[in-house]
Design a protein around this ligand. Structure first.
Ligand code: FPP
Length: 266
């Protein structure tokens, strides 16, 4: 198995006439950028009579198979909500388990990702993380910087409001005149500056909220909620989510050509 995109690196992704990307696997429309709120690790474990840590372990192990499936479909950008600014309010023992799992994931997968041309990026407060994990994250980002295959963004000690406030502070510090601040100014000062916005946000475990994740960037994302707990969200679930995305009509506040025809006929 591999994280390598199905299409050759450096080639422009295939798109349909509307500009949507085309899956190498199914020929269907796929999102260029998928963001995921990996929820339900705790419930997965509790329902099995296991400690919550076992749920996080199963959740961490699931990341590989989901990203591999995205790569098979040629999804170029994947953003994972691994640990939020609010997650610091969990018991220290649970926080420590999550950090250990992230550390182990990066340790275990870095060589495979480097081999498969994956670029790893981090969004969030590196300085708040335990020193060893911060080094692990920094190294993974530095080692994979030159790769141009799938981009894996790991949000770790990340909160979207915090990101927006920091962007506004930076704009103010740069002395940009108020009248010159537009949406592009804000977008480019976010941690995700230069990346395409998410096309699809997936949240597992039945909750239907965004929880301070990519608030600005998801303005026009399609939202997909599934009752599957994150450790159970497998390759078939990826395919179901992509099939649902393929059925969505994305209008970005405008009218689709067929709606315009109907308007003119009236
Ligand atoms: C939400 O489930 C999950 C988290 C807060 C942590 C997500 C972290 C991982 C999957 C670990 C590894 C991450 C990487 C990038 C390797 P929950 O605990 O809120 O579940 P519950 O709502 O059922 O209690």
């Amino acid at each position: 198995m591999s994280y390598r995109l199905a299409q050759r690196a450096g080639t422009e992704p295939r798109t349909d006439p509307g500009g949507d990307r085309i899956s190498s696997l199914t020929g269907g429309r796929v999102p260029g950028h998928i963001a995921i709120i990996m929820d339900g690790n705790g419930r997965w474990a509790t329902e099995r009579g296991l400690p919550r840590a076992a749920g996080h372990r199963a959740g961490a192990e699931n990341i590989r198979r989901v990203i591999e499936r995205f790569a098979e479909h040629d999804v170029r950008y994947v953003t994972l909500f691994a640990f939020s600014t609010e997650n610091w309010n969990r018991p220290a023992s649970e926080v420590s388990v999550i950090f250990q799992l992230i550390d182990r994931f990066l340790q275990r997968e870095l060589d495979n990702m480097q081999r498969d041309n994956v670029r790893i990026r981090h969004f969030g407060h590196l300085e708040q993380l335990p020193a060893a994990l911060a080094v692990r994250v920094k190294d993974a980002v530095a080692i994979t910087r030159g790769n141009d295959g799938l981009m894996l963004n790991i949000c770790l000690s990340y909160g979207s409001r915090d990101e927006i406030v920091t962007a506004i502070q930076r704009i103010a510090e740069e002395g940009v005149p108020a009248a010159e601040i537009d949406e592009a100014t804000v977008s480019s000062h976010l941690l995700t500056g230069g990346l395409p916005d998410p096309d699809l946000v997936i949240r597992t475990a039945g909750e239907q909220r965004i929880s301070n994740f990519l608030l600005w960037q998801s303005a026009y994302a399609e939202l997909y909620f599934t009752s599957a707990y994150w450790p159970d969200f497998g390759r078939e679930d990826v395919d179901l989510a992509l099939a649902e995305y393929g059925r969505r009509k994305r209008k970005f506040g405008k009218l689709l050509p067929e709606d315009l025809d109907a308007f003119e006929d009236a």
